[in-house]
Design a binder for this molecule. Structure first.
Ligand code: ATP
Length: 311
């Protein structure tokens, strides 16, 4: 059996194997509580012993990844985050501070998002006020616009992957199913992600482009306001059938501007979604940011202004 993760990070007893081959970078971090568990990882609070700064360390056990044929996921996540950081990073996207591995696990040191995620907020509140939903939708759009500008598609945008930092601003995470494209028109051809947010082109033609993330943004906006998925059903198959037929409706009282943006994002033809045009064209991401729902949003100070109260 593999040794415990704590043991892997702490220097072993004198003369032990771990003393002769100490984990090269793990010694800089003191492990704290478990922050969360994913299907393929455990995420722990950790403190840099030199600086005192706190981080989240995502630990992926290699054998578990191998058994589920997901080793590539760890590499994809690292590649995508490095690509984003090399381009300067974005305040709404989790930062990969450092990585290392030992015989058993990969370790990714990530910026800490202490306040849970939008999904837990939705569990707690049922749905978000229009002001809150607009704020988080704007942050999501801004983060995704940056990610797309550096040729990364996320492919699994959902409230669980929108973490909340100390200031209750979003930090987009979970790039394990992302795709790093070579060029603007690149298409990815694998089925990944979560049923409720799958764009129809993925179900019919098995390819995804940046525009698939726009579809998912539409689903996220709907869910934040309605408190439920636009497309739901007892099985993935039935959900997919509804997606392909665009079979959804709005609950009573759903704001009319929010309805309009959702309708313009949940469009079967990926090229016709709001914001899906190439940069510099009429329907580029600027058109999405210019939608009336976002009229009150101050894009320049979106990442420094305080978050609206949750209600
Ligand atoms: P999935 O099951 O979605 O594939 P995963 O194995 O890729 O998950 P993540 O979703 O990245 O793992 O993380 C698992 C959980 O750990 C998250 O749901 C969250 O609760 C917590 N977590 C992840 N990253 C951070 C972070 N940077 N700061 C705080 N908590 C985090």
């Amino acid at each position: 059996p593999a040794p415990s993760r704590m043991r892997m990070l702490s220097p072993g007893p004198k003369g032990s194997r771990s003393r002769s081959r100490p984990p090269p970078l793990g010694r800089d971090f003191e492990m704290g509580n478990v922050l969360g568990e994913g299907a393929y990882s455990t995420v722990n609070l950790a403190k840099n012993t030199q600086t005192g700064q706190e981080f989240a360390i995502k630990i992926m056990y290699k054998e578990h990844l191998r058994r589920h044929n997901k080793t590539n996921m760890a590499f994809v996540e690292k590649d995508a985050l490095i690509k984003i950081q090399t381009a300067g990073g974005h305040p709404g996207i989790v930062r990969l501070e450092r990585t290392w591995q030992d015989n058993w696990s990969f370790f990714y040191v990530l910026s800490l998002a202490r306040n849970g995620d939008i999904q837990s907020l939705l569990f707690r509140l049922g749905s978000l006020s229009l002001t809150c939903a607009r704020y988080y939708a704007a942050q999501l759009v801004d983060a995704v616009a940056f990610m797309h500008s550096v040729n990364v598609i996320h492919r699994d945008l959902k409230p669980e992957n929108l973490l909340l930092d100390d200031a209750f601003r979003i930090k987009l995470t979970d790039f394990g199913t992302a795709k790093v494209l070579d060029c603007f028109d690149g298409r990815a051809r694998t089925f990944v992600g979560t049923a409720q947010y799958q764009a129809p082109e993925l179900l019919t033609a098995s390819h995804t482009t940046r525009s698939s993330d726009l579809w998912a943004i539409g689903c996220n906006i709907y869910q934040m306001i309605a408190g439920r998925f636009p497309f739901f059903g007892p099985s993935d198959y039935l959900i997919f059938e509804k997606i392909k037929r665009l079979d959804y409706d709005f609950p009573e009282g759903f704001d009319s501007q929010a309805k309009d943006i959702v309708r313009k994002l949940l469009v079967l033809d990926p090229s016709q979604r709001l914001g899906a045009g190439a940069p510099g064209t009429e329907n580029d991401v600027a058109a999405l940011k210019a939608h009336p729902l976002f009229a009150p949003v101050k894009w320049d100070t979106l990442w420094t202004d305080p978050a609206p109260p949750h209600e």
